[in-house]
Write a protein that binds this ligand. Structure first.
Ligand code: ADP
Ligand code: MG
Length: 503
């Protein structure tokens, strides 16, 4: 292993393998795991190891949290003005834009997502840092009209040390959604990327010092969820946990965080309905149904995985979707005309495959139904469409997180709403119709945090993101995202100089 505590970023391992070696970024330095342990990172299109990353154990997590704590409590961060925090975020955004091509390629290689999608992601990453850079000096309190001879007001203050745990589907974007608002608010953070996809966040860590982050303000540690992630959640010096991932892990996090009463915000899974009424624009609707579920290989928390279609157009709609789905171009992630790459990992490939087998017993297959056979290597799964699906079926209730659509027929608006809301989740929902009365009635009826009308998936930094029900709580993006990292301090200043006179 290369020596620890160097200031150098990711180093090339020579000469036997091309896989790079990455360390953890703690207190402004690159450090190995205290036990020297590493874990492998793969290219899911070749199944080859492309990197080895230092695995942070609980002692390493403690070191990172201690650094973040010190930076918050006594470091230069509390004295750094909101303007300067904003400037640092702008510089980081610049660095990302300058290196966008490299980051997009690395993201695409590590996740399997098409390069064109990765390029959009990286542009959004920069936009996110810019947005919160601009918001940093717009955090204000209120003056309150209390009925007293007094001045009553609120101060908005950073929550403290944030532990941030993110998933593998949009690795650097999820890092940005977490780190940018935390830093803007004046928090310090310890970020744990997903073990499948830590590489772009580590490249980002390599610029933190240069753009002006004092040591300890942003730390990036890596390792498995059950060890590194769990240690971060349990650590008593962490004030808040922000998590994006599965509902199962979200529940574990809430339980563990209860011991130290940490603030928690969760963005969990979904089984989002995408509703098509008979009067919807036909071409746009068919496209929208496919885009809703097959973008990013279906590895999207807001995936439109339940496609509800009005019975009068149902058969024709399933046919049209099927026809188009068969022409979706699967290919190597770096191919510019690739529309779907491999799934992120062997485990995810097997998980999706097992749901497809379950689906074959529960419903009928219109398209796909298993591995994309044209590839000899890589975790390629066909875009798969099940139809005549019961909303009670497992493939309609459980989040698959892959390119698997369940098409369900319905009769009329009331039934569409009932089926749409009959799910434990409530992240997103979409409705397609040209009737504005119907559209807005459905919008109001949805029990979900993100609603699209005549589209599905567009996501903007200005608008809040988060779920109802078991899709979690708290909101990211926009000013809502910053709120999650702020405390409210209430101050009462007595202006009446006479004694209280009570005793
Ligand atoms: P998936 O199983 O699809 O990878 P997870 O919800 O398990 O989704 O993973 C999302 C993130 O949560 C990852 O960074 C992972 O390491 C982390 N994680 C998994 N299990 C735990 C846990 N018990 N405690 C804390 N973090 C965890
Ligand atoms: Mg897991």
């Amino acid at each position: 292993m290369p020596s620890s505590h160097t200031k150098r970023g990711p180093t090339k391992r020579r000469p036997t393998t091309e896989a790079s070696t990455y360390k953890n970024y703690v207190n402004g330095q690159w450090v190995d795991s205290s036990t020297g342990e590493t874990f492998p990172v793969y290219d899911p299109s070749t199944e080859q190891i492309i990197a080895h990353v230092a695995a942070a154990n609980s002692a390493d997590v403690d070191r990172a949290v201690t650094a973040a704590r010190a930076a918050f409590d006594s470091g230069p961060w509390p004295q750094t003005t909101a303007q300067d925090r904003g400037r640092i975020l702008f510089k980081l955004a610049d660095k990302i834009r300058q290196n966008a091509a490299m980051l997009a390629e690395l993201e695409s290689r590590n996740t399997g997502k098409p390069i064109v999608e990765a390029e959009f992601d990286i542009a959004d990453v920069a936009t996110c840092f810019e947005y919160y850079g601009g918001l940093a000096n717009k955090v204000t309190g209120n003056v309150l009209p209390v009925p007293a001879n007094a001045l009553s007001f609120t101060l908005r203050e950073p929550v403290g040390v944030a532990g941030q745990i993110i998933p593998w589907n949009y690795p650097l974007l999820m890092a940005a959604w977490k780190v940018a608002p935390a830093v803007a608010a004046g928090c310090t953070c310890v970020l744990k990327p997903a073990e499948q996809t830590p590489l772009t966040a580590l490249r980002l860590a390599g610029w933190l010092d240069e753009v002006g982050f004092p040591p300890g303000v942003v730390n990036v540690i890596n390792g498995l969820g059950e060890t590194t992630g769990a240690a971060l959640v349990a650590h008593p010096a962490v004030d808040k946990i922000a998590f994006t991932g599965s509902a199962a892990v979200g529940k574990l996090i809430v339980k563990s965080a209860a011991d130290t009463l940490k603030r928690v915000s969760l963005e969990l899974g979904g089984k989002s309905p995408n509703i098509f009424f008979a009067d919807a624009d036909w071409e746009a609707a068919v496209d929208g149904a496919l885009f809703g579920i097959f973008i990013n290989q279906g590895e999207v928390c807001s995936a439109g995985s339940r496609i509800l279609v009005e019975r009068s157009i149902y058969s024709k709609f399933v046919e049209a979707m099927t026809e188009k789905a068969k022409r979706i171009k699967l290919g190597p992630p770096l191919g510019r005309d690739t529309k779907m790459g491999p799934l992120v990992s062997k485990a995810q490939y097997e998980r999706v495959g097992s749901y497809i087998e379950i689906g074959k017993k529960e419903a009928k297959v219109a398209a796909g139904g298993g591995r994309a056979q044209q590839f000899s290597k890589g975790y390629y799964m066909q875009p798969t469409i099940f139809y005549d699906v019961q909303n009670s079926a497992r493939i309609a209730r459980e989040e698959i997180f892959g390119p698997v659509a369940s098409v369900i027929p319905f009769d009329g608006e009331q039934e569409a709403i009932r089926i749409a809301n009959d799910t434990p989740y409530g992240l997103a929902a979409a409705v397609w119709t040209r009737d504005i009365f119907k559209a807005f009635r459905v919008v109001k009826s949805f029990r979900a945090g993100v609603i699209w009308v005549n589209h599905m998936q567009p996501t903007y930094i200005e608008a809040p993101w988060g779920g109802y029900k078991q899709s979690g709580f708290g909101r990211e993006l926009g000013p809502w995202g910053l709120e999650e990292y702020l405390e409210t301090k209430q101050v009462f200043v007595n202006l009446d100089e006479t004694p209280i006179g009570w005793y």
